[in-house]
Ligand binder design. Sequence first.
Ligand code: ADP
Ligand code: MG
Length: 677
Amino acid sequence: MSDPIKLTNLTRQFQRGNMDVQALRGVDLSIEPGEFVALVGPSGSGKSTLLNLLGGLDRASAGELWLNGTALHTATEADRTLHRRLRVGFIFQSFNLLPRLTTLENVAVPLMLAGVSVAEREARAKALLEKVGLGHRLDHYPTELSGGEQQRTAVARALIHNPSLILADEPTGNLDSKTGEEVMALLKELNREQGITLIVVTHDEEVAAYADRIVKLRDGDIVEEVKKEWDADYPDFPDRNQKNQADQANQRPIPKGLQFNDIVRQALSNLRRRPVRNVLTAGGVLIGIVTLVAMVSFGVGVQREVQRNFESIGLENLFVRPVYDEPDAFDPFAEPSPQTPLTPELVAQIEQIPDVINVTPELILPYSIDIALTYNDTSLPIRVTDGNEPEFTFGTDPEPLAGSFLDSRATAGTVLVKGVADSLLAEGESYDDLVGQDVALTVQLPRGETQTFTSEIVGVRDGFGGSIIELGLAEREAILAWWYNEPDILQTDGYDSLTVQTTDLGAITAVSSQIEELGLQTQSLEAILNVANQVLGLMQALLGSVGGLALLVAALGVANTMMMAIYERTREIGVLKALGASAREIRALFTVEAAMLGLLGGFFGLIFGTLLGRLVDWIGHRFLIAEGVTGIGQLSVVPPWLAIGALAFAAFIGVVAGLYPAARAAKLDPVAALRHE
Ligand code: ADP
Ligand code: MG
């Protein structure tokens, strides 16, 4: 037979203001295993305080409290939690069922806290509910039950983990007398059948009459004990030799504790309680994550695109331009003139430099130039590119649709972009029919004079726009000579720039210094790329700080919501603790809930951020295409690491925001929490 419950000089005093309240003044009491004790006494006499000490919800100020060999007066918080989880079943006056859980789930809570699987705990709860006559109420919520049904559910919950001790504080206080009797009969039956020690606090004489012993308290002291002299033939005689559950409870393995999947399940169900508030809170996280995802996705996309395009042009290329004179202070409209013009002779000289493979000169037509293209009877205004401008070299070059491209050394010829070629084709003609034909290019000076140049079509290429052609160097030179009225324009002004291709990246430095010695300036793509990356990084940092700020505000929102949730659920936290939840588990519950709140915002933020990126991307492309720029890939890219990172970061924000509220919840004193209205 197991040890009795033994109280020696048990004292509990409370501080109220600067007054000491003696709730218990040195109580001595011994309770046999399987005994049914009624604690009676006027209000404020210390009954609940005593019960809370027995249940390990509270700690004595002085004295000793032994329970099945455990010294509860010195037990740590963890030991007392284990004591509640393993050995004690609580029954409260106001039932204290968890409102979000069904009858079945409520009864299963102590098993959930002990880490028992869903299937097993629901089977056990169902069996027990059937035993207390609630087999038909399994899926009902507490609000759908009568008081008697709620209390019977609470009795089942107190029993589900086979405790050795049941502590009931005014269990019939909120019930009518008939229902109260039913509940007492049920408790007594359990006490007799299973040998569970039963300690019931009551005001009610009739309830007390069920007990083996009545202990009367007044002002924190035992003033009277009445022991029933049961007749051995009397059917209610307690069978002391019956196998007591206390023994079994002590031999049972230590339960595993609340499992992570149950924490997640509870957090989700709690989030659903306040959908509007939680969605609004998550909305704050959403805004922050949208900003961050859009920002990083553009960073990634633009960087990739820049890299890809620069690589397709070739990092081993050098751009060469002349050094220009300071503009003439007296004539602000004067064209800047180059110190060393990029003449064909200079180009030939550069071609001789070791490691130079190829030099492509460029001549740029004035931006304001008006050119009309005439072929047969068709005449249309056109824009000219040389096929070397970035807008045409970006992206991978498609095959020509007919003829050939202007190669870098080509000096003459016209390549039509598809849209132009389409306008020129007569019925039944193909692009190939255009190749080899001459077109007339009529250039008009701003003051009205016109001049016509002839050029041969060498090819047709794919591309957007209906007014673009590529024009060879010879035609450009002729047009410019006429435009500026400088017949020797290549000698006086020279080319606008050169692209110098070197054998490899390693040759760039040597080649560029030799070119600079000729009085020219050079620029390598690598240097441009570095600058581009720096600008991009700066932009990202800026956007990032906006997103970061949004997330900071969002974190405050999450923290606030969690604080409110804790305030609303203070009593539930008390109940969970009474049923054996540890402080750590309560903290985990709230932390996970906060993380979910963040995750919720993060999830939708990721979706909206991705969509926003795509939208901006799409609008940007429309714009670029309208400007004649094609071949640019997707600029907003969400790689997997960004998606996962965004979700993890959102959850992390939630966790950080939830740290303080969760610690507050974990620290709640269960006795005070249970009193909370
Ligand atoms: P009963 O359950 O018999 O009505 P309690 O055990 O609840 O009495 O309370 C006993 C005495 O201790 C009362 O005077 C009560 O006001 C006081 N008391 C109980 N808990 C606290 C507390 N947390 N702080 C201050 N006083 C308390
Ligand atoms: Mg009380």
